[in-house]
Design a protein around this ligand. Structure first.
Ligand SMILES: *Cc1c(COP(=O)(O)O)cnc(C)c1O
Length: 357
C-alpha cells in the first residue's frame, strides 16, 4: 500500500529533466522507503540504536577495518577524521583539485589549523616519488609534514581511479617518514566495481578512510569514518564536538543497509552508461571529452569548441531538459547514477546533438 502510493508519486516525475548534476541527486526508491518505515531505532548518543550499530559493524567488516563511525556528510567525515589524526600546525599533502581543499569551505584551516601542501597532477595521482620529495626536512623553522590525503575515485579529475600499486608505494614512503594516510573514498565503491579489487584492499594502506553512502549507492544521507578501534573512539568524541552526533539515526541507517545490500554491484551500469554518454557527447561539435579519463561514472566535457562559456552551455542544456554542472569556465560535468537509465543517456545525446551553439 505504501509502495503503491510512492510509485504513484514517482509517476508524476516522469517528465522530469534528465539529471546528470551529481550522483547525490538520487532519491530513495520505494523499496528503500519501506525499509526506513520498519527501522528499529534507539538513541545513538547512548549507543542504543540497533540498526546503526548493525550498519557500523557491517561496514567495518566489509572494509576489514576495526571499526566505523557514522556521520551526516562526507565533508564531516573527512574533517572529523583529519581533526582526530592531527595536531594544530601540522602540514598535510593534498592533490590540488581534491575535495578536501576545494569543496569543504576551508575546513582543514578552520577546524584543525592545518597547513596544506598542494601537489599539482595530471590525473589526480600524486606518485610516491612526488610525495617523498614534498616531505619537509626536520628544522625548527619549517612546518612538519604529517599526513597524506588521497581521493579515490578523483572527482575533480573526472572519476579517475588511483592505481592501488601507487598507493602501496606511498604507504612505504609514509612508513619511512612517519606520515599518516587518510583516504577520501567518497566514491571508493566505483573504484571497487570498475577494477574488481576488493573494498578491503583499497582501504588497507590507510590509517583512516571516509566513504559516502549518499552518492552512487543511493542512500539519502550519510558517510562513514573507518579506522582502528582507538582512532574511532577518539573520532566519536570529535563528532560530538562538530555537532554530528545524532539520535534515532536508524531511520537513515536502515536505508544505508539496503543500499549496501542492493546498490553496489549495479554501479557497473552507471559506468557503462557513462561510457555511452561520453562517446555520444564526444561526437557532438564543440564537445571534447578525454575518453581515457572516463573510468567510472563521471564525464568532464570540454566545451571550448562551442565558443561559449560553461554557464551558458549548461543553461541551454537545462532549457532543453538536460541538467549538468559547470566545472570551471570551459568544462561541464555529467555524472551517471541509479536515477538515470541507459535510455535517458541516449535521449540526452539526441537532445544535445540537435542543439545549435
Ligand atoms: C561528495 C564528496 C565528498 C562529501 O561531500 P558532501 O557534500 O559533504 O557529502 C567528499 N569527497 C568527495 C571526493 C566527494 O565527491
Amino acid at each position: 500500500m505504501i509502495i503503491g502510493l510512492i510509485r504513484q508519486g514517482s509517476d508524476i516525475m516522469k517528465n522530469r529533466k534528465i539529471d546528470f548534476r551529481s550522483d547525490t541527486v538520487t532519491r530513495p526508491s520505494p523499496e528503500m522507503r519501506e525499509v526506513i518505515f520498519r527501522a528499529e531505532v534507539g538513541d545513538d548518543v547512548f549507543g542504543d540504536d540497533p540498526t546503526l550499530n548493525l550498519l557500523q559493524e557491517k561496514t567495518a567488516e566489509l572494509f576489514r577495518k576495526d571499526a566505523g563511525l557514522f556521520v551526516p556528510s562526507g565533508t564531516m567525515s573527512n574533517q572529523v577524521a583529519l581533526n582526530t589524526l592531527s595536531e594544530p600546525g601540522w602540514e598535510i599533502i593534498c592533490e590540488r583539485e581534491c575535495h578536501i581543499v576545494n569543496y569543504e569551505t576551508g575546513g582543514p584551516a578552520v577546524h584543525s589549523s592545518l597547513m596544506i601542501n598542494m601537489l599539482t597532477t595530471e590525473r589526480g595521482v600524486m606518485t610516491a616519488e612526488e610525495i617523498e620529495a614534498s616531505v619537509r626536512p626536520a628544522n625548527i623553522h619549517i612546518p612538519i609534514t604529517k599526513i597524506v590525503t588521497i581521493e579515490n575515485t578523483h572527482n575533480g579529475h573526472g572519476g579517475t581511479i588511483y592505481p592501488l600499486e601507487e598507493i602501496k608505494k606511498i604507504r612505504k614512503v609514509a612508513d619511512k617518514h612517519n606520515l599518516l594516510m587518510h583516504l577520501d573514498g567518497a566514491r571508493i565503491w566505483n573504484a571497487h566495481v570498475a577494477t574488481g579489487i576488493p573494498l578491503s584492499d583499497w582501504v588497507a594502506p590507510f590509517d583512516s578512510a571516509s566513504v559516502c553512502f549518499s552518492k552512487g549507492l543511493g542512500a539519502p544521507i550519510g558517510s562513514m569514518i573507518l579506522g582502528s578501534r582507538n582512532f574511532i573512539e577518539r573520532a566519536r568524541r570529535n563528532r560530538k564536538l562538530f555537532g554530528g552526533a545524532m539520535r534515532q539515526v536508524g531511520i537513515i541507517a536502515s536505508a544505508v543497509i539496503y543500499a549496501l545490500d542492493n546498490n553496489i554491484k549495479r554501479l557497473a551500469e552507471d559506468h557503462i552508461n557513462a561510457k555511452l554518454l561520453a562517446e555520444g557527447l564526444n561526437d557532438i561539435d564543440g564537445f571534447d571529452i578525454d575518453l581515457s579519463r572516463v573510468q567510472t561514472n563521471i564525464i568532464i566535457a570540454d566545451i571550448s569548441g562551442t565558443n561559449k562559456g560553461s554557464n551558458e552551455v549548461s543553461s541551454v542544456l537545462e532549457e532543453n531538459g538536460v541538467l549538468s554542472v559547470p566545472f570551471g569556465p570551459t568544462k561541464i560535468r555529467f555524472v551517471t547514477h541509479l536515477d538515470v537509465s541507459r535510455e535517458e543517456c541516449e535521449k540526452a545525446i539526441d537532445i544535445i546533438s540537435g542543439l545549435k551553439f
